[in-house]
Structures are given as C-alpha cells and as structure tokens.
Design a binder for this molecule. Structure first.
Ligand SMILES: *Cc1c(COP(=O)(O)O)cnc(C)c1O
Length: 442
C-alpha cells in the first residue's frame, strides 16, 4: 500500500493515506506519497497502457488514470474524471527559430478540459477528497486551480470554495469558477495571503484543501511525464522546460520521472529547467545562491509583493520549493528568469505557430531563447517545453499586446508600456471594397 512520508530528512514520519492531513503532523514538512516498488514488467505495462488508448472506458481514456498502476489505489467506479490529459505534442518551427534552434516541441497542457494542467491534479485530488468523505473542497488560486477545482467538485457533487486575491485574477478563469458553481471568497491581499489563510482554515474545518501542497494533486500531475514519454515511445528528451509559480508542477514531473527510473521504464533523467518571471523569482534567486555557495544550508527567501502580468506564476512564496529543488539537483537542471517584454514577445510567437497559450506558459520559450543565446542550451538538444494554460484564459492580455496597449506596473509602482514587437495587423476601414483592397494591397 502507498503511504505518506515527510520529506524532511531528519523527520521522515509516515502516515497512512486515509489520514486527512496535508503536511507532516510532527514537523509541518511537506509530504510525499510513496509507492512500494512493485515487481512490474515495464514492457508489459507499456503495452497495456497502449491498449488502453483504444478503450471506451473513462478510466482507460483518461490520460491520468490510464497509468493507474503508478497512482494511489482507488476503485475504478469512484474515479472523478473528465477524460483529462491526452494533450498533444506539437512541433513548433516558428518558436524554434525564434529561440535560435532547429527543433522545439511543446506539450500543450492548456488543451485539458478546463484549459490548464491543473485538471491532471484535480482528478486525483477530488477523487481522494471523495474517498475521505469530504463534501466540500477549498483552494487559494491565481485562477486556474479554482477553475479546475470548481469543475471537478461539481462533477463529484461537492461544494467548492475558492480564495482569490483581489483584482489579480483574469476574468476568463474567474468566470469558469463562477459558471461551475463555486463560492468565491475575495481576499484583500495577494496570492500568498490567500494561501496562508486557506491553509489555516482547512486545518480544522470541514473544507478539504486542494492546493498543490496536497500530495494527491501531484500524483495526477506526475502523469505529464508518463504521457509525454508514452507519446515519444519512451525516448527521454534531453530537457524538459516548465514555468515555475508555486512549484507544484515541476515537483510532480520530477517525481514521475524518478519513479520511472526506479521501476526500470527509463534509465536517465532529462534536465529539468524551470523558468520564472523576473518580478516573481524566488526560486531563481535561491538557485543563484546555490550555484555560488552550494545547496546544503540554503532556504528559499520569499519575494514580497511579487509582480508579473503572467498572473498564474505571480507567487512570491512557493509552497513546493523543496520538492522542486530536489528534481533540479537530481537532474542537473537549470533555473532562468525572464522579463515582461520577453514573456509578451514569446507568447506572440507561440501564437504564430497556431498554438497559443496564456502568458505564464510563454516563459518557457522566452527562457529557452535566453539559455540558447547564453550557450547554456546546446544546439542539438532534444527539448520538450510544457505549455500550461490555454490562450483564451487571458484575452485582455492578448488584445492589449496586439493593439500596442500592454503595460506593466513594477514593484516600485512605475508603469511601463511594453513594445508590441510581434503585433498582428489590425486595420480599420470604411465599409467599402476599394478601401479594403487598398488597405490589404490586393
Ligand atoms: C498553476 C500554473 C502555473 C504554475 O505552476 P506551479 O505548479 O504553481 O509552479 C503555470 N502556468 C499556468 C497556466 C498555471 O495555471
């Protein structure tokens, strides 16, 4: 049976998966869900996962539960699924060229049921909530977590309560949560305040916490690695590039990869590369200190008043930094930061590949470009970048960029108009054919 274990090396307390806890009861550390190494035959499991691709059963069709041998055990009948996962790998030639490379592949997790990768963790999180008998769930959110939790809670017939920072969440995401029937609690404060409050309230109330501090969320998200490798016939890429906010996703992907190594599915790790926005870069700062002073005694210093237009990663005090750092160190990874201008331009280029994504996802391309220019990514590397959210999540940002009106307020309160270097054309003409022909030079 899988069990929960504290990640602090001087604690390592164990708890069973029926306890309703989110962090270690002894020391407050983060918890890992630990699976016993079972005697799987990897080749046989790979074949059986491939067969499930043609099945009509929801538990086989889901890109998460298809891999259920490596997930927390549940009765198939009790799985809450919206057939999440099954997201495409896209070749992106324009983005590759922009980054100064010949090849670049995106795995677009924005193609999930509610438009972000959060669905992969919510199917396992809400399934666990139901298993524990919870009838209401809660999260703090910059938007996508709440949209996803609200949807899955509705599917399970549970009440959803979302805690959002005031005025910092995109209307696309908020409207999803409202549509799916969530109760919205707007806090006078930022995401880190909302996170602190919801962790406190869920300690001793009927609300079950579904932020990524909950290890059952990460179990679902680790299948990103499984599905990506299944799609690549188990060829490990040289590098996986992922945006970093609360750092749950990079932690989950690393956990999935490490389990695959332990069970003999793959024999080495790709380099995990995490990109943050300059105004919300606590992991980047920590990584810089580790490069110069070593990793032993370093702790993450939160960034106060984190700021970026990429609201999904506007987080100054990421909950999962230790788990994320573990993956970085084990895979000899990298951390980079990018500016608002770099994010905005990279996002427009990803759009031109016919893919599109929300601002937080575009840090991947911006970061790759920067690392290539610095010679820290080699020309022949095989790279998969993770796009985390759908382009329609934040339409205001898109329209403002292409109209030349996208501006960013920095930590000092100074407003900067960003350049719209890759704006699409927007022509205004009278309702007259010859005027149109002239404008389009036909
Ligand atoms: C949640 C989210 C992120 C950040 O992921 P973390 O696990 O918090 O690091 C990035 N992009 C999008 C679109 C998200 O919704």
């Amino acid at each position: 049976m899988p069990f929960l274990q504290c990640i602090e090396s001087n604690c390592q307390a164990q708890f069973d998966t029926h306890s309703r806890i989110y962090t270690c009861e002894r020391c407050g550390g983060l918890l890992d869900l630990v699976h016993e190494v079972r005697a799987f035959d990897p080749e046989q499991l790979k074949r059986s996962w491939d067969q499930r691709l043609a099945s009509k059963e929801p538990a086989n069709q889901s890109g998460v539960w298809r891999f259920r041998e490596l997930l927390p055990e549940v009765d198939e009948a009790n799985i809450i699924t919206m057939i999440e996962g099954n997201t495409q790998l896209f070749d992106a030639p324009r983005s590759a060229e922009y980054a100064g490379r010949g090849q670049l592949t995106f795995k677009h997790l924005g193609m999930n049921p509610t438009g972000s990768f959060k669905d992969l963790g919510m199917t396992t999180g809400v399934t666990q909530a139901q298993k524990l008998g919870a009838n209401s769930v809660a999260c703090a959110s910059t938007g996508n977590t709440s949209a996803s939790m609200a949807a899955y809670a509705a599917r399970a017939g549970m009440k959803a309560v979302i805690f959002i920072p005031s005025g910092q969440i995109s209307l696309g995401k908020l409207s999803q949560a409202l549509d799916y029937g969530a109760t919205v609690v707007q806090i006078d404060g930022d995401f880190d305040d909302a996170m602190r409050l919801v962790r406190d309230i869920t300690k001793d109330s009927p609300l079950y916490l579904l932020n990524s501090v909950n290890p059952f969320r990460l179990e679902g998200q680790k299948t990103i690695a499984f599905e990506m490798l299944q799609q690549r016939d188990w060829q490990v890429p040289d590098r996986i590039v992922v945006p970093g906010g609360n750092l749950g996703n990079s932690s989950a992907i690393a956990k999935g990869l490490l389990e695959l190594i332990e069970m003999g599915f793959i024999d080495h790790l790709p380099q995990i590369t995490i990109i943050q926005a300059e105004g919300a870069n606590p992991l980047y700062q920590l990584w810089q200190r580790i490069q110069s002073e070593g990793s032993d005694t370093q702790a993450l210093q939160p960034v106060k008043g984190a700021t970026t237009l990429a609201t999904a990663i506007k987080i100054g005090n990421p909950v999962s930094w230790q788990k994320s750092l573990r993956g970085l160190l084990k895979s000899h990874g990298e951390v980079e930061q990018v500016s608002e201008q770099e994010i905005a331009d990279a996002k427009a280029i990803i759009g031109r590949d016919g893919i599109g994504c929300e601002p937080a996802s575009a840090v991947t391309l911006a970061g790759i470009r920067k690392l290539v220019a610095a010679g820290r990514i080699q020309p022949n590397e095989d790279i998969v970048a993770i796009l985390t959210g759908h382009v329609l999540k934040d339409p205001d940002y898109v329209v403002n960029y292409h109209r030349g009106e996208l501006s960013f307020t920095d930590k000092l309160g100074q407003k900067h108009l960003l350049s719209s270097n890759y704006a699409s054309q927007w022509i205004q003409v009278g309702a007259d054919r010859s005027e149109i022909e002239k404008a389009l030079s036909l």
